[in-house]
Design a protein around this ligand. Structure first.
Ligand code: TLP
Length: 349
């Protein structure tokens, strides 16, 4: 199978497995796991922040950020297509009593700044929930996996700061964005008060994400993590893989995934019946529309699976293929062959 469903399916490298086997461990809830402490220092440095917190997942990291920034009854503004708004089970509302409000995302993942300004133009009045936070996402998953330019972060921060709002960045794939834009993750996170990134996507670690921010924010976030049951004991076992990822070549390697995604997009554009959604700053994702009506779309997907290619569904007709560690250029060629055959079998074009 050529599994293009997500970069979350990546398996750890041999070096990670060896590091995990020999990791020095302690009880991280006591702050005594040296491998976790090392990883948190490395993560904070990579994001240009004072401190970092290892959390079990990106979803929990974003939830901890929401709960730490926003008291109950306050409002967080999120992109209408953002992962936190669409795919995190409304955690901020369910667990924190936070009002999650959507601001339209543009095609490239930016927030619509006019709409953002409008949301923030309400006067201080007891009728209105107070807005505490604006959240951004980079790369932007549902918006084509595009890297969002740093200028947009600055524009959002210029709107948020004078109003006393915090800015959070869901940078689950911020290293993909940095590689695509030829910059550092720290520069992309510079305008954010808090930034979350994942180890368990293109960096190929088995588990874990890091929330990075000021020392005082992380101290509070550590409390929230405990409350949510995210305090892990000998977590150095998983942190060891993260130390390898951040200290080695896994970040620069992401460029291979981006090249492979470009090759895949180029090949898919030549398959009749498929329409590749354009991306200005493509990273490791290719979204494509399957034409021909729902029954044909389902038959095409089944045929694709028969030919050993897995993708995920974004809507009834739009699908996502993600390149990642473990998928080489040969696999892209084989996947394209599978797409062509499946399309021919169901007479897609
Ligand atoms: N995204 C997953 C699915 O949930 C869609 C994927 O396969 O892409 N932020 C962003 C931008 C993400 O894409 C994801 C995972 C998360 C947060 C949550 O990370 P986890 O899965 O570790 O909770």
């Amino acid at each position: 199978m050529i599994d293009l469903r997500s970069d979350t399916v990546t398996l750890p490298t041999a070096e990670m497995r060896a590091a995990m086997a020999r990791a020095e461990l302690g009880d991280d809830v006591y702050g005594e796991d040296p491998t976790v402490n090392r990883l948190e220092e490395m993560a904070a440095a990579a994001m240009g922040k004072e401190a970092a917190l290892l959390v079990p997942s990106g979803t929990m990291g974003n939830l901890i950020a929401l709960l730490t920034h926003c008291p109950r009854g306050t409002k967080a503004l999120l992109g209408s297509q953002s992962h936190t708004y669409v795919y995190e089970a409304g955690g901020g509302a369910a667990v924190g009593g936070i009002m999650l409000a959507a601001v339209a995302n543009r095609e490239g993942g930016e927030l619509d700044l006019l709409e953002l300004e409008r949301e923030l133009s309400l006067p201080e009045d007891p009728h209105f929930a107070r807005v505490r936070l604006v959240a951004l996402e980079n790369t932007h998953n549902r918006c084509g996996g595009e890297a969002v330019a740093p200028e947009h972060m600055t524009q959002v921060a210029e709107i948020a700061r004078p109003r006393g709002l915090a800015v959070h960045l869901d940078g689950a794939r911020v290293f993909n964005a940095a590689v695509a834009l030829g910059t550092t993750a720290a520069s992309l996170a510079a305008e954010a008060d808090s930034v979350l990134f994942c180890l368990s996507k293109g960096l190929a670690c088995p588990v874990g994400s890091l929330l990075c921010a000021s020392g005082s924010f992380i101290a509070e976030a550590r409390r929230v993590r405990k409350m949510l049951g995210g305090g892990m004991r000998q977590a150095g076992i998983v942190a060891a893989a993260g130390v390898v990822a951040l200290g080695g070549t896994m970040i620069e390697r992401l460029a291979e995934d981006h090249d492979n995604a470009r090759a895949l997009a180029g090949g898919l554009a030549g398959v009749g019946g498929l329409r590749v959604l354009p991306a200005r700053r493509r990273t490791n994702m290719v979204f494509f529309e399957v034409t021909g009506g729902s029954e044909k779309v389902q038959r095409f997907l089944a045929a694709l699976r028969e030919h050993g290619v897995l993708v995920t569904e974004r809507s009834a007709t739009v699908f996502r293929a993600v390149t990642h560690y473990g998928i080489g250029r040969n696999d892209i060629g084989r996947a394209l062959e599978g797409f062509r055959r499946a399309a021919a079998e169901v007479n897609l074009s």
